[in-house]
Every structure is written in C-alpha cells, then in structure tokens.
Design a binder for this molecule. Structure first.
Ligand code: GLU
Length: 416
C-alpha cells in the first residue's frame, strides 16, 4: 500500500523480517504486502431517540489465495481502516499457520456498543451486512465474532444474508448459536487453543502448567476461557485485569467465582476474592507466564523492560509492538505470537463451516480432539522453523505462513 498507518506498519515490519530470512521473491513479496480488497460503507440507523446516525463500517479481504476470506467483525470506537487491514493481514497468516483452507479478512464498525440498545445494535448489524452483501458468502468471505460481537450478532448476520439470498445459508458466518448451525466447542475454542500452546511452550522450556503462575489481561471471551482452562490444567492464575481494573491473589484466583461475578457485574473490577490491581501493574508482576488477551499495542517500549514473565502468550491480536518485541527478544522472553496463539478460534470456525456445508454435526469431544491435534501441529511446525532459521517464534510463524501462501500464489500464476 502506498500509504498506511501504524498498525499495518507493525504488521509489515514483522512480515519483512520473515520474508528476508525466507529469501522471498520480490514479486510475491509485493503481492503479499497489499490488501486485495478494502470496502468502506456508511450505515444510517434510526436510533431509539428518533434521530438518524450514520456509522462507518469496513470489510477488508486481505488475501484469498488459499480460500474464502475469513475473520471476525469488531465493534469499537477506535476501529479504523488501518486497524482492520492489519487485522485482515494477520488473519491471512493465522489461517496459513493453522493450515486451514482460508484467506484472511476482517470487518469493523466505528461505534460504542456499550452505549447502544439491543435494537440499535441489531439495526446496525443488519444494515452493515446489507451494505457488504455482495462481497460475502460461504465461498467468498465468512465473518465471525471479534471484539464486542457475539453469537447473537452472528445470528443476525446469518438471518440478514439468508433473507437476501432467499434460503437459509448457515455457512456464511461462524461463531453462531448451536441451535442455528454453530459448532460445539466454538465459543471456548480460542481460549482452549491458548491453553494448549501455553502448555506446549511451558513444556518446551522444561516446565509444567501445574505449579506455574499466570497473569492475564482481559476477561472477555478469550481471557475468561483461557483462565478457566489453565486453572483446570493446574496453573495458578494470580492476576486478571479488564478494561476497568482487576484483582491479584498470590494464592490464586477462583476463576469460577469470577465468571459468576462478571456475569452479574459486566466487569471483574472490585471482585472480592483478591487485592485491587491496575492494568499497568499487571505487566510487571513476578509470574511465569503473561497472557495479554485484550486489544493491540498493550506491551510497548514503556513497559516491556518491566516484564518479569519468561513466557508471553499473545491471546489478543497484536498486543506487543515491534519495538517491545525486540526488547523481549533480547531479554530472552519466549513469546508465542498471536497468529499461532489465538488460532484456535478460527480453526474451530473452519470446523463449523465444514459441518454447516456437510449438514452433519460433530460431538464436542471430536471438535476438541481435532483442535488439540491442529494446535499441537501448528505449535511444533513453528518451533521447528524457529530452530531451523535461528529466529524467534513470531518470525518463524510468519515464515511458515508466507511460505504456504507464497507457494500457492506462485503455482496459481498471474492472471492477465
Ligand atoms: N476474530 C477471531 C480471530 O481474530 C476469529 C476469526 C474467525 O473465527 O474467523 O481470530
């Protein structure tokens, strides 16, 4: 892209480092650093007070070489075309690392869902989908949940698309409620994948989850499930924060009680089972493993030097800036990068899409077994690549992804 912002710039820095080590052909390099398609739409909605508001929405299909574009839709006041494009690129590399037949896409709407009613959110979702309807579909582009979107939003997307095409089409979106074609295990999949790679990373460094201490930033869909499954696997979760604040307990937090608390209070701030802890203080805690599971740009030059954890697992997309990544690398911190660490979600999205197209649904144990196998394979592909190229896990993950997408790009050849 001729012009781009800071988040896409961060993605490019990571990409370029891996492409150099891989000695990627200049032509393929150019193709893979440009988004295929960027769509910008205006969505007018009548608000509950009778006034009309116009919301800006984006859908970016970064690369569709391996299959339909795949990636979530986020609702957040800070959404921008730069952010959505970077996230769509990360989806491309993530699907390639996970070895599933999808390209990468992402969508977003600039809005503050915490200040909108359910009716307003439904109207906005339906209008946004109607605006991008020609670009999506089971063979074209398959959205999913992301920050501030959930099963209900996916149900509205499925219904809006189905109304337009005149028949029920479940495979147009993943992360749906089970009753309308969702997959068992999808809601927990990203957190389950995080648990699996955290376990593998600890094992690689000669440790076990049992007896390890963990701090987690974020208690949304990803952070809460990761905390729950890691605690069940024997780890001690000593700290969790969310957008409002958080808690610390040396002896370990009761994650089950926190899940009940958050269901009632919408935040874990002031949870009575530990001492109050701020988001900033979380990063400097003396723990074995740190899991950022919120938004991008959380670990920066300002706090990277305070980090005492030996392992960082990027459950969020882009939580560590490239400059902070260099500091962590020099200090010997083992970072499991986002495009590997949080790929459990899109992997089970792939299983959901397969089940919808088949019209035959698997038991939860089958979904979890297949996810375990996929995550294990992806982790070890990346680890072996990092040993082969003598690089960190992030660069290795990009090498795996770029090699896979690059090979197919070359085999397919140029059109016209
Ligand atoms: N939004 C999730 C991600 O960033 C899931 C995407 C999907 O399932 O398509 O990986």
């Amino acid at each position: 892209m001729a012009e781009h912002g800071a988040i896409f710039g961060a993605m490019l820095q990571e990409f370029d480092e891996a492409a150099r080590l891989l000695k990627l052909e200049p032509g393929i390099w150019k193709i893979l650093t440009h988004p295929k398609r960027q769509i910008v739409v205006s969505c007018p909605i009548q608000m509950d007070n009778g006034e009309i508001e116009v919301f800006t929405g984006y859908r970016v299909q970064y690369n569709i070489t391996l299959g339909p574009a795949k990636g979530g839709i986020r609702y957040h006041p800070d959404v921008s075309l730069d952010e959505v494009t970077a996230l769509a690129a990360w989806m491309t590399w993530k699907c390639a690392v996970a070895h599933i037949p999808f390209g990468g896409g992402k969508g977003g709407i600039i809005c503050d869902p915490t200040r909108m009613s359910k009716r307003e959110l439904e109207a906005l979702t339906r209008r946004y989908i109607a605006e991008i309807i020609d670009a999506i579909g089971p063979e074209k582009d398959v959205p999913a949940p992301d920050v501030n979107t959930n099963e209900q939003v996916m149900a509205w997307i499925m219904d809006t698309y189905s109304m337009h095409v005149g028949h029920t089409e479940t495979a147009v979106v993943t992360g749906k409620p089970i009753e309308l074609g969702g997959s068992l295990g999808r809601r927990e999949a990203t957190g389950r994948g995080v648990m699996i790679v955290t376990r593998e990373a600890a094992k690689h460094l000669g440790k076990e989850l049992a007896g390890s201490t963990i701090a987690i930033q974020g208690f949304g869909n990803v952070g809460s499930v990761s905390a729950d499954l890691l605690a069940k696997a024997g780890a001690t979760i000593v700290a969790i924060t969310d957008y409002k604040g958080g808690v610390y307990s040396k002896a370990g937090l009761d994650v089950q009680k926190m899940l009940e608390y958050v269901a009632k209070n919408k935040t874990i701030d002031k949870f009575p089972g530990g001492e109050a802890l701020s988001n900033e203080d979380l990063f400097g805690l003396d723990v074995d493993i740190l899991i950022p599971a919120a938004l991008e740009n959380q670990i920066t030059v300002a706090n990277a030097k305070d980090i005492r954890a030996k392992i960082i697992v990027e459950a969020a997309n882009g939580p560590v800036t490239p400059e902070a990544n260099n500091i962590l690398h020099d200090r010997g911190v083992f970072v499991v990068p986002d495009i590997l660490a949080n790929s459990g979600g899109v992997t089970v999205s792939y299983f959901e899409w397969v089940q919808d197209r088949y019209g035959y649904f698997w038991e939860e144990v089958d979904v979890n077994d297949r996810l375990e196998k996929k995550m294990h394979e992806a982790f070890h592909d990346v680890l072996q690549t990092s040993i082969k190229y003598k690089c960190d896990m992030r660069t290795a993950a990009y090498i795996v992804a770029i090699a896979r997408v690059g090979t197919v790009t070359k085999m397919r050849g140029m059109y016209a």
